[in-house]
Design a protein around this ligand. Structure first.
Ligand SMILES: C[S@@+](CC[C@H](N)C(=O)[O-])C[C@H]1O[C@@H](n2cnc3c(N)ncnc32)[C@H](O)[C@@H]1O
Length: 270
């Protein structure tokens, strides 16, 4: 039996997905967060944080109210945004992941340590990491259950449309084994939560088909190419303004997954 973590809001043991508990997910993917993937994907985590930094340090007006879709138990994707968006709502289909975010916000016992990522971003900004970490904690105002397969993914909760949406590595997992038309529909559902004039910041795995755990390959995520992701964004009523791509090094035996590239997109509902 794999070890499982029980979360206050969850009330029972429940795996985060078919393979991981929330704690296992954090340890597996995010311990040694800045260097973990060096051997496999190259400098992917610095690239990820650089993209969020470049985006939110720019001239665009991202407003105050930001929704993070498919947050999981992670906050690295929100560090840069929290400098400009003072009201962040985290969302996920998994209650235990949201409970973990609440625990981190409230500084609970043995919470996951994101300080390495916060230090990296505050280094880019030229700010002090401790005050920026506090700013992130303060900016996270709420967590809400979300299912991108629902026409209104936040139903039954009611929120006004958001100024900005971040979605980091969510839709491709939510649509694993469900096909591309389901992905396009989920993108559309998600984008109904964005107000006119609002921004979508999306990061996506490209070309991933499996990840490796305990030496075994497990099927993972919908296998996407950048062209299809961008087409789905456009079909959801979002104008793509900027894209950047990080290509992972060619490797014969992937240590974590066979991801081919990461895609960062800035779009606007015009
Ligand atoms: C690969 S994880 C990404 C988590 C986090 N954003 C990160 O970067 O580590 C994908 C997340 O999508 C969530 N998810 C899966 N299906 C979903 C759905 N139908 N609606 C909303 N979130 C979903 C999972 O619970 C998980 O937290």
């Amino acid at each position: 039996m794999e070890a499982r973590i029980t979360f206050e809001d969850q009330g029972k043991d429940q795996p985060f997905d078919a393979h991981f508990s929330v704690q296992e997910y954090l340890d597996y993917f995010y311990s040694d967060v800045m260097t973990k993937y060096d051997e496999d994907e190259g400098l992917s985590m610095p690239w990820i944080l650089d993209q969020f930094h470049r985006t939110f340090a720019g001239e665009k007006d991202f407003g105050n109210r930001l929704l993070d879709v498919g947050s999981g138990p992670t906050v690295y994707q929100l560090i840069s945004a929290s400098r400009v968006c003072s009201e962040i709502v985290c969302s996920d289909i998994h209650q235990g992941a949201l409970a973990e975010i609440k625990r981190w916000k409230n500084g609970g016992e043995n919470v996951f340590d994101w300080s390495t990522a916060v230090k990296y971003v505050s280094g880019l900004e030229g700010t002090g990491w401790e005050s920026r970490q506090e700013q992130l904690r303060t900016a996270i105002k709420d967590t809400v259950l979300c299912d991108v397969h629902k026409e209104n993914p936040l139903h039954p909760a009611a929120f006004q449309q958001f100024d900005t949406i971040i979605a980091a590595y969510c839709l491709e997992e939510a649509c694993c084994n469900k096909g591309r038309s389901t992905y396009a529909k989920a993108m559309k559902n998600m984008c109904t939560l964005l107000k006119q004039g609002g921004y979508l910041i999306l990061q996506s795995y490209i070309g991933v088909t499996y990840y490796v755990k305990d030496g075994k390959r497990s099927p993972d995520n919908l296998n996407l190419d950048a062209e299809f992701v961008l087409k789905s964004i456009s079909k959801a009523g979002i104008t793509v303004l900027e894209t950047s791509v990080y290509e992972t090094p060619e490797r014969e035996t992937p240590l974590y997954s066979d991801v081919k590239a990461l895609l960062h997109v800035i779009g606007k509902k015009i």
